[in-house]
Design a protein around this ligand. Structure first.
Ligand code: CTP
Ligand code: MG
Length: 393
Protein backbone atom coordinates (compact mmCIF):
# COMPACT_ATOMS: atom_id res chain seq x y z
CA UNK A 1 0.00 0.00 0.00
CA UNK A 2 1.25 3.48 -0.78
CA UNK A 3 2.18 5.81 2.08
CA UNK A 4 0.01 8.92 1.96
CA UNK A 5 0.87 12.20 3.65
CA UNK A 6 -1.44 13.00 6.60
CA UNK A 7 -3.98 15.42 5.10
CA UNK A 8 -4.93 18.78 6.61
CA UNK A 9 -8.46 18.49 5.16
CA UNK A 10 -11.27 16.12 6.11
CA UNK A 11 -14.72 15.50 4.67
CA UNK A 12 -17.55 14.22 6.84
CA UNK A 13 -20.09 12.39 4.66
CA UNK A 14 -23.36 12.27 6.57
CA UNK A 15 -25.31 9.18 5.57
CA UNK A 16 -27.18 8.32 8.77
CA UNK A 17 -30.67 9.48 7.74
CA UNK A 18 -33.54 7.06 7.31
CA UNK A 19 -34.79 8.38 3.97
CA UNK A 20 -38.44 8.65 5.02
CA UNK A 21 -39.44 10.65 1.95
CA UNK A 22 -37.63 8.35 -0.46
CA UNK A 23 -39.17 5.24 1.13
CA UNK A 24 -36.65 3.06 -0.69
CA UNK A 25 -36.93 0.00 1.57
CA UNK A 26 -33.55 0.72 3.24
CA UNK A 27 -31.86 3.73 4.82
CA UNK A 28 -31.48 6.21 1.96
CA UNK A 29 -27.68 5.93 1.64
CA UNK A 30 -28.00 2.22 0.83
CA UNK A 31 -30.68 2.51 -1.84
CA UNK A 32 -29.22 1.64 -5.25
CA UNK A 33 -29.09 4.21 -8.03
CA UNK A 34 -27.73 1.62 -10.46
CA UNK A 35 -25.58 -1.28 -9.31
CA UNK A 36 -24.09 1.19 -6.80
CA UNK A 37 -25.75 2.71 -3.76
CA UNK A 38 -26.32 6.42 -3.15
CA UNK A 39 -23.47 6.35 -0.61
CA UNK A 40 -21.12 4.57 -3.01
CA UNK A 41 -21.72 7.21 -5.68
CA UNK A 42 -21.16 10.00 -3.17
CA UNK A 43 -17.89 8.35 -2.10
CA UNK A 44 -16.78 7.84 -5.70
CA UNK A 45 -16.98 11.64 -6.04
CA UNK A 46 -15.14 12.17 -2.77
CA UNK A 47 -12.26 9.87 -3.69
CA UNK A 48 -11.96 11.47 -7.11
CA UNK A 49 -11.14 14.74 -5.32
CA UNK A 50 -7.78 15.60 -3.72
CA UNK A 51 -6.76 13.20 -0.90
CA UNK A 52 -8.42 14.06 2.42
CA UNK A 53 -9.57 12.22 5.53
CA UNK A 54 -13.01 10.70 4.87
CA UNK A 55 -15.40 10.09 7.76
CA UNK A 56 -18.61 8.31 6.80
CA UNK A 57 -21.44 8.71 9.31
CA UNK A 58 -23.68 5.64 9.01
CA UNK A 59 -27.03 4.73 10.58
CA UNK A 60 -26.70 2.47 13.65
CA UNK A 61 -26.64 -1.15 12.45
CA UNK A 62 -25.41 -0.24 8.94
CA UNK A 63 -21.75 0.40 9.73
CA UNK A 64 -20.69 -2.79 7.90
CA UNK A 65 -22.47 -1.79 4.67
CA UNK A 66 -20.94 1.67 4.88
CA UNK A 67 -17.50 0.12 5.40
CA UNK A 68 -17.93 -2.00 2.23
CA UNK A 69 -18.91 1.03 0.15
CA UNK A 70 -16.03 2.99 1.65
CA UNK A 71 -13.44 0.32 0.83
CA UNK A 72 -14.75 -0.14 -2.70
CA UNK A 73 -14.69 3.59 -3.43
CA UNK A 74 -11.38 4.29 -1.67
CA UNK A 75 -9.17 1.81 -3.52
CA UNK A 76 -5.62 2.46 -2.42
CA UNK A 77 -6.75 5.39 -0.27
CA UNK A 78 -8.53 3.03 2.19
CA UNK A 79 -6.31 4.23 5.05
CA UNK A 80 -7.90 7.69 4.76
CA UNK A 81 -11.42 6.43 5.50
CA UNK A 82 -13.38 5.39 8.56
CA UNK A 83 -17.00 4.82 9.52
CA UNK A 84 -18.72 6.17 12.65
CA UNK A 85 -22.30 5.81 13.90
CA UNK A 86 -24.71 8.72 13.42
CA UNK A 87 -27.33 10.32 15.60
CA UNK A 88 -31.04 11.11 15.58
CA UNK A 89 -30.67 14.38 13.67
CA UNK A 90 -28.34 15.51 10.91
CA UNK A 91 -26.71 17.90 13.36
CA UNK A 92 -25.97 15.06 15.80
CA UNK A 93 -24.56 13.00 12.95
CA UNK A 94 -22.15 15.83 12.06
CA UNK A 95 -21.09 15.98 15.73
CA UNK A 96 -20.29 12.25 15.60
CA UNK A 97 -18.20 12.89 12.48
CA UNK A 98 -16.34 15.80 14.07
CA UNK A 99 -15.32 13.56 16.98
CA UNK A 100 -13.48 11.25 14.55
CA UNK A 101 -11.23 13.88 12.94
CA UNK A 102 -7.47 13.44 13.02
CA UNK A 103 -5.35 15.92 14.94
CA UNK A 104 -3.68 17.38 11.83
CA UNK A 105 -6.95 18.37 10.19
CA UNK A 106 -7.47 22.16 10.02
CA UNK A 107 -10.22 22.32 7.40
CA UNK A 108 -13.49 20.36 7.46
CA UNK A 109 -16.03 19.77 4.71
CA UNK A 110 -19.48 18.43 5.57
CA UNK A 111 -21.26 16.66 2.72
CA UNK A 112 -24.67 15.00 2.34
CA UNK A 113 -24.36 11.45 1.01
CA UNK A 114 -27.76 12.17 -0.54
CA UNK A 115 -26.05 14.59 -2.99
CA UNK A 116 -24.64 11.48 -4.59
CA UNK A 117 -23.67 12.88 -8.01
CA UNK A 118 -21.78 15.95 -6.77
CA UNK A 119 -18.74 16.34 -9.05
CA UNK A 120 -15.31 16.09 -7.42
CA UNK A 121 -14.48 19.55 -8.86
CA UNK A 122 -17.04 21.09 -6.50
CA UNK A 123 -15.46 19.29 -3.54
CA UNK A 124 -11.99 20.54 -4.50
CA UNK A 125 -13.28 24.08 -5.09
CA UNK A 126 -14.96 24.24 -1.67
CA UNK A 127 -11.82 22.94 0.06
CA UNK A 128 -9.71 25.56 -1.74
CA UNK A 129 -12.09 28.40 -0.80
CA UNK A 130 -12.00 27.78 2.98
CA UNK A 131 -9.53 29.93 4.90
CA UNK A 132 -8.65 30.47 8.58
CA UNK A 133 -11.72 32.54 9.31
CA UNK A 134 -14.32 31.96 6.58
CA UNK A 135 -16.42 29.08 5.45
CA UNK A 136 -17.43 28.37 1.82
CA UNK A 137 -20.47 26.69 0.31
CA UNK A 138 -21.62 25.87 -3.22
CA UNK A 139 -24.86 27.53 -4.30
CA UNK A 140 -27.09 27.65 -7.35
CA UNK A 141 -29.23 30.57 -8.49
CA UNK A 142 -32.94 30.24 -7.73
CA UNK A 143 -34.71 29.82 -11.07
CA UNK A 144 -38.37 30.00 -10.05
CA UNK A 145 -40.17 33.28 -9.53
CA UNK A 146 -40.80 33.49 -5.81
CA UNK A 147 -43.84 34.86 -3.97
CA UNK A 148 -44.50 35.67 -0.36
CA UNK A 149 -47.71 33.93 0.63
CA UNK A 150 -50.16 34.02 3.49
CA UNK A 151 -52.64 31.16 3.56
CA UNK A 152 -54.32 31.25 0.12
CA UNK A 153 -53.08 34.72 -0.89
CA UNK A 154 -49.99 36.11 -2.61
CA UNK A 155 -48.93 38.98 -0.37
CA UNK A 156 -45.74 40.10 -2.04
CA UNK A 157 -42.92 39.49 -4.49
CA UNK A 158 -39.46 38.26 -3.50
CA UNK A 159 -36.42 39.44 -5.43
CA UNK A 160 -34.80 36.16 -6.36
CA UNK A 161 -31.51 37.83 -7.33
CA UNK A 162 -30.80 38.13 -3.59
CA UNK A 163 -31.37 34.42 -3.04
CA UNK A 164 -29.43 31.24 -3.70
CA UNK A 165 -30.03 27.54 -3.10
CA UNK A 166 -27.38 25.96 -0.85
CA UNK A 167 -25.69 22.66 -1.63
CA UNK A 168 -22.93 20.61 -0.01
CA UNK A 169 -20.07 20.03 0.67
CA UNK A 170 -19.87 23.01 2.98
CA UNK A 171 -16.35 23.81 4.14
CA UNK A 172 -15.11 25.52 7.33
CA UNK A 173 -11.98 26.12 9.36
CA UNK A 174 -12.06 23.25 11.84
CA UNK A 175 -11.50 25.21 15.06
CA UNK A 176 -14.31 27.69 14.34
CA UNK A 177 -16.72 24.96 13.22
CA UNK A 178 -16.11 22.97 16.40
CA UNK A 179 -16.73 25.98 18.61
CA UNK A 180 -19.87 26.84 16.59
CA UNK A 181 -21.15 23.30 17.16
CA UNK A 182 -20.38 23.62 20.88
CA UNK A 183 -22.38 26.88 21.00
CA UNK A 184 -25.31 25.32 19.19
CA UNK A 185 -25.31 22.45 21.66
CA UNK A 186 -25.29 24.84 24.64
CA UNK A 187 -28.10 26.88 23.10
CA UNK A 188 -30.05 23.76 22.18
CA UNK A 189 -30.42 25.21 18.66
CA UNK A 190 -31.08 23.11 15.53
CA UNK A 191 -30.01 24.47 12.13
CA UNK A 192 -30.93 23.27 8.67
CA UNK A 193 -27.33 23.29 7.47
CA UNK A 194 -23.80 23.79 8.70
CA UNK A 195 -23.45 27.22 7.10
CA UNK A 196 -26.42 28.50 9.15
CA UNK A 197 -24.95 27.07 12.34
CA UNK A 198 -21.54 28.57 11.52
CA UNK A 199 -23.01 31.99 10.66
CA UNK A 200 -25.04 31.97 13.91
CA UNK A 201 -21.69 32.06 15.74
CA UNK A 202 -20.85 35.29 13.93
CA UNK A 203 -18.59 33.90 11.20
CA UNK A 204 -18.64 34.67 7.51
CA UNK A 205 -19.47 32.20 4.78
CA UNK A 206 -18.66 32.87 1.12
CA UNK A 207 -20.32 31.26 -1.85
CA UNK A 208 -19.00 29.62 -4.98
CA UNK A 209 -20.79 28.08 -7.94
CA UNK A 210 -22.45 24.76 -7.24
CA UNK A 211 -23.44 22.18 -9.84
CA UNK A 212 -26.78 20.98 -11.20
CA UNK A 213 -25.46 17.49 -10.43
CA UNK A 214 -25.22 18.37 -6.75
CA UNK A 215 -28.98 18.06 -6.20
CA UNK A 216 -30.13 16.14 -3.14
CA UNK A 217 -31.89 12.83 -3.67
CA UNK A 218 -34.93 13.28 -1.46
CA UNK A 219 -37.97 11.85 -3.26
CA UNK A 220 -38.51 8.94 -5.70
CA UNK A 221 -38.55 11.51 -8.54
CA UNK A 222 -35.05 12.66 -7.52
CA UNK A 223 -33.86 9.04 -7.59
CA UNK A 224 -35.29 8.65 -11.12
CA UNK A 225 -33.46 11.80 -12.17
CA UNK A 226 -30.17 10.40 -10.82
CA UNK A 227 -30.79 7.11 -12.63
CA UNK A 228 -31.46 8.86 -15.94
CA UNK A 229 -28.36 11.02 -15.59
CA UNK A 230 -26.17 7.99 -14.94
CA UNK A 231 -27.70 5.97 -17.77
CA UNK A 232 -27.11 8.88 -20.18
CA UNK A 233 -23.52 9.36 -19.02
CA UNK A 234 -22.55 5.76 -19.76
CA UNK A 235 -22.99 6.40 -23.50
CA UNK A 236 -22.82 3.79 -26.23
CA UNK A 237 -21.22 0.52 -25.18
CA UNK A 238 -18.60 -0.92 -27.55
CA UNK A 239 -19.60 -4.36 -28.86
CA UNK A 240 -17.36 -7.38 -28.56
CA UNK A 241 -16.55 -9.08 -31.87
CA UNK A 242 -15.94 -12.78 -32.50
CA UNK A 243 -14.91 -14.88 -35.50
CA UNK A 244 -15.73 -18.49 -36.35
CA UNK A 245 -14.76 -20.72 -39.25
CA UNK A 246 -15.84 -24.21 -40.25
CA UNK A 247 -15.08 -26.62 -43.03
CA UNK A 248 -16.95 -29.79 -43.98
CA UNK A 249 -16.32 -32.26 -46.80
CA UNK A 250 -19.14 -33.44 -49.02
CA UNK A 251 -20.02 -37.04 -48.26
CA UNK A 252 -22.64 -39.43 -46.89
CA UNK A 253 -26.30 -40.10 -47.66
CA UNK A 254 -29.39 -37.92 -47.82
CA UNK A 255 -29.88 -34.24 -48.57
CA UNK A 256 -27.63 -31.29 -47.85
CA UNK A 257 -28.39 -29.13 -44.79
CA UNK A 258 -26.80 -25.68 -45.01
CA UNK A 259 -27.58 -22.27 -43.49
CA UNK A 260 -30.51 -23.76 -41.61
CA UNK A 261 -32.20 -25.08 -44.77
CA UNK A 262 -32.59 -28.51 -46.38
CA UNK A 263 -31.41 -28.60 -50.01
CA UNK A 264 -33.13 -31.50 -51.83
CA UNK A 265 -30.95 -33.14 -54.48
CA UNK A 266 -27.73 -31.53 -53.20
CA UNK A 267 -24.91 -33.68 -51.86
CA UNK A 268 -24.79 -33.59 -48.04
CA UNK A 269 -21.87 -32.49 -45.90
CA UNK A 270 -20.42 -35.07 -43.54
CA UNK A 271 -20.01 -34.38 -39.83
CA UNK A 272 -21.35 -34.79 -36.33
CA UNK A 273 -24.89 -33.37 -36.38
CA UNK A 274 -26.20 -32.39 -39.84
CA UNK A 275 -22.86 -30.93 -41.04
CA UNK A 276 -24.31 -27.41 -41.37
CA UNK A 277 -20.99 -25.56 -41.49
CA UNK A 278 -22.73 -22.16 -41.68
CA UNK A 279 -24.49 -22.73 -38.35
CA UNK A 280 -21.34 -24.10 -36.75
CA UNK A 281 -19.23 -21.10 -37.79
CA UNK A 282 -21.90 -18.78 -36.35
CA UNK A 283 -21.83 -20.66 -33.04
CA UNK A 284 -18.05 -20.25 -32.80
CA UNK A 285 -18.24 -16.56 -33.70
CA UNK A 286 -20.83 -15.95 -30.97
CA UNK A 287 -19.03 -17.97 -28.30
CA UNK A 288 -15.74 -16.32 -29.28
CA UNK A 289 -17.21 -12.81 -29.08
CA UNK A 290 -18.43 -13.49 -25.56
CA UNK A 291 -15.24 -15.31 -24.53
CA UNK A 292 -17.22 -18.45 -23.68
CA UNK A 293 -15.13 -21.18 -25.28
CA UNK A 294 -16.00 -22.88 -28.57
CA UNK A 295 -18.41 -25.23 -30.26
CA UNK A 296 -16.42 -28.36 -29.35
CA UNK A 297 -16.72 -27.52 -25.67
CA UNK A 298 -20.48 -26.95 -25.68
CA UNK A 299 -21.73 -29.21 -28.51
CA UNK A 300 -18.91 -31.72 -29.29
CA UNK A 301 -19.07 -35.49 -29.51
CA UNK A 302 -19.33 -35.67 -25.71
CA UNK A 303 -22.85 -34.21 -26.16
CA UNK A 304 -24.69 -37.00 -28.05
CA UNK A 305 -27.97 -35.07 -27.74
CA UNK A 306 -26.79 -32.86 -30.65
CA UNK A 307 -26.10 -35.73 -33.09
CA UNK A 308 -28.24 -35.02 -36.16
CA UNK A 309 -29.50 -31.71 -34.74
CA UNK A 310 -30.21 -28.85 -37.14
CA UNK A 311 -29.11 -25.20 -37.01
CA UNK A 312 -32.00 -23.80 -34.91
CA UNK A 313 -31.15 -26.15 -32.00
CA UNK A 314 -27.48 -25.09 -31.98
CA UNK A 315 -28.21 -21.42 -32.38
CA UNK A 316 -31.00 -21.24 -29.79
CA UNK A 317 -28.78 -23.01 -27.23
CA UNK A 318 -25.87 -20.69 -28.05
CA UNK A 319 -28.10 -17.68 -27.50
CA UNK A 320 -29.07 -19.16 -24.11
CA UNK A 321 -25.42 -19.71 -23.12
CA UNK A 322 -24.66 -16.08 -23.95
CA UNK A 323 -27.72 -14.77 -22.12
CA UNK A 324 -26.78 -16.74 -19.00
CA UNK A 325 -23.38 -14.99 -19.09
CA UNK A 326 -24.99 -11.55 -19.57
CA UNK A 327 -24.51 -11.09 -23.31
CA UNK A 328 -27.01 -10.05 -25.96
CA UNK A 329 -26.34 -10.66 -29.64
CA UNK A 330 -25.89 -7.60 -31.85
CA UNK A 331 -25.64 -9.07 -35.36
CA UNK A 332 -24.07 -11.90 -37.33
CA UNK A 333 -22.50 -11.87 -40.78
CA UNK A 334 -21.49 -15.16 -42.40
CA UNK A 335 -20.04 -16.16 -45.76
CA UNK A 336 -19.55 -19.59 -47.28
CA UNK A 337 -17.21 -20.60 -50.09
CA UNK A 338 -18.35 -23.43 -52.33
CA UNK A 339 -19.50 -24.24 -55.85
CA UNK A 340 -22.82 -25.62 -54.64
CA UNK A 341 -25.55 -25.06 -53.66
CA UNK A 342 -26.62 -22.07 -55.75
CA UNK A 343 -27.54 -19.86 -52.83
CA UNK A 344 -28.94 -16.46 -53.81
CA UNK A 345 -32.52 -17.60 -54.53
CA UNK A 346 -32.89 -18.89 -50.95
CA UNK A 347 -30.86 -16.21 -49.13
CA UNK A 348 -33.88 -14.49 -47.54
CA UNK A 349 -35.30 -17.84 -46.39
CA UNK A 350 -31.97 -18.89 -44.81
CA UNK A 351 -31.47 -15.54 -43.12
CA UNK A 352 -34.93 -15.63 -41.61
CA UNK A 353 -34.48 -19.17 -40.20
CA UNK A 354 -31.09 -18.30 -38.67
CA UNK A 355 -32.29 -14.95 -37.36
CA UNK A 356 -35.38 -16.50 -35.75
CA UNK A 357 -33.22 -19.07 -33.93
CA UNK A 358 -31.13 -16.20 -32.49
CA UNK A 359 -34.13 -14.27 -31.20
CA UNK A 360 -34.62 -12.05 -34.24
CA UNK A 361 -31.19 -10.37 -34.48
CA UNK A 362 -29.93 -9.48 -37.98
CA UNK A 363 -28.15 -12.38 -39.70
CA UNK A 364 -26.75 -11.90 -43.20
CA UNK A 365 -25.49 -14.78 -45.31
CA UNK A 366 -23.39 -14.41 -48.45
CA UNK A 367 -21.92 -17.06 -50.75
CA UNK A 368 -18.95 -17.05 -53.09
CA UNK A 369 -16.97 -19.40 -55.31
CA UNK A 370 -13.18 -19.53 -55.42
CA UNK A 371 -12.53 -19.51 -59.15
CA UNK A 372 -11.93 -23.26 -59.22
CA UNK A 373 -9.09 -22.97 -56.72
CA UNK A 374 -8.54 -25.02 -53.57
CA UNK A 375 -10.76 -27.74 -52.08
CA UNK A 376 -13.86 -25.60 -52.39
CA UNK A 377 -13.04 -24.89 -56.03
CA UNK A 378 -12.57 -28.59 -56.70
CA UNK A 379 -15.99 -29.25 -55.18
CA UNK A 380 -14.68 -31.30 -52.27
CA UNK A 381 -16.41 -29.34 -49.56
CA UNK A 382 -17.53 -26.00 -48.14
CA UNK A 383 -15.61 -23.44 -46.05
CA UNK A 384 -17.39 -20.85 -43.89
CA UNK A 385 -16.36 -17.69 -42.06
CA UNK A 386 -18.69 -15.94 -39.58
CA UNK A 387 -18.34 -12.71 -37.62
CA UNK A 388 -20.59 -11.80 -34.70
CA UNK A 389 -21.00 -8.80 -32.41
CA UNK A 390 -22.30 -9.19 -28.85
CA UNK A 391 -23.08 -6.66 -26.15
CA UNK A 392 -22.65 -6.99 -22.43
CA UNK A 393 -26.05 -6.28 -20.84
N1 CTP B 1 -28.57 12.58 7.89
C1 CTP B 1 -27.77 12.02 8.88
N2 CTP B 1 -28.28 11.75 10.12
C2 CTP B 1 -29.58 12.03 10.40
C3 CTP B 1 -30.41 12.60 9.40
C4 CTP B 1 -29.86 12.88 8.15
O1 CTP B 1 -26.59 11.73 8.64
N3 CTP B 1 -30.05 11.73 11.60
C5 CTP B 1 -28.01 12.80 6.56
C6 CTP B 1 -28.73 12.01 5.50
O2 CTP B 1 -28.22 10.67 5.45
C7 CTP B 1 -28.48 12.78 4.24
C8 CTP B 1 -28.32 14.21 4.72
O3 CTP B 1 -28.17 14.14 6.15
O4 CTP B 1 -27.31 12.36 3.54
C9 CTP B 1 -29.48 15.09 4.32
O5 CTP B 1 -30.67 14.63 4.96
P1 CTP B 1 -32.02 14.21 4.22
O6 CTP B 1 -31.90 14.42 2.76
O7 CTP B 1 -33.15 14.82 4.98
O8 CTP B 1 -31.99 12.61 4.43
P2 CTP B 1 -32.91 11.72 5.36
O9 CTP B 1 -33.06 12.35 6.68
O10 CTP B 1 -32.35 10.34 5.31
O11 CTP B 1 -34.28 11.71 4.55
P3 CTP B 1 -35.76 12.01 5.13
O12 CTP B 1 -35.68 13.39 5.75
O13 CTP B 1 -36.63 11.92 3.93
O14 CTP B 1 -36.02 10.95 6.15
MG1 MG C 1 -34.04 14.33 6.88
Amino acid sequence: MSILPVPDTAIIVVAAGSGTRLAGGAPKAFVGIDARSILRHALDGVFAAAPMQVVVVAPAGFEGEAESDLRAAAGERAALGRVVTGGATRQESVVAGLAALWGDVTRVLVHDAARALTPSEVIDAVAAAVDDSEGAIPTLPVVDTLKRVDEGAIVGAVDRSELAAAQTPQGFPRALLESAYAEARTAGAEYTDDAALFAASGHRVRRLDGSELGFKITTPADLDRARHLLAASVGPVAPRIGIGTDVHAFGGQGNLWLAGLEWPGEQPLSGHSDGDAVAHAIVDALLGAAGLGDIGEHFGTSHPEYAGAHAPVFLARTREILAEAGFAIGNVSVQFQGNRPRFSARRAEAESVLSAALGGVPVSVTATTTDGLGFTGRGEGIAVTAIAAVLSV
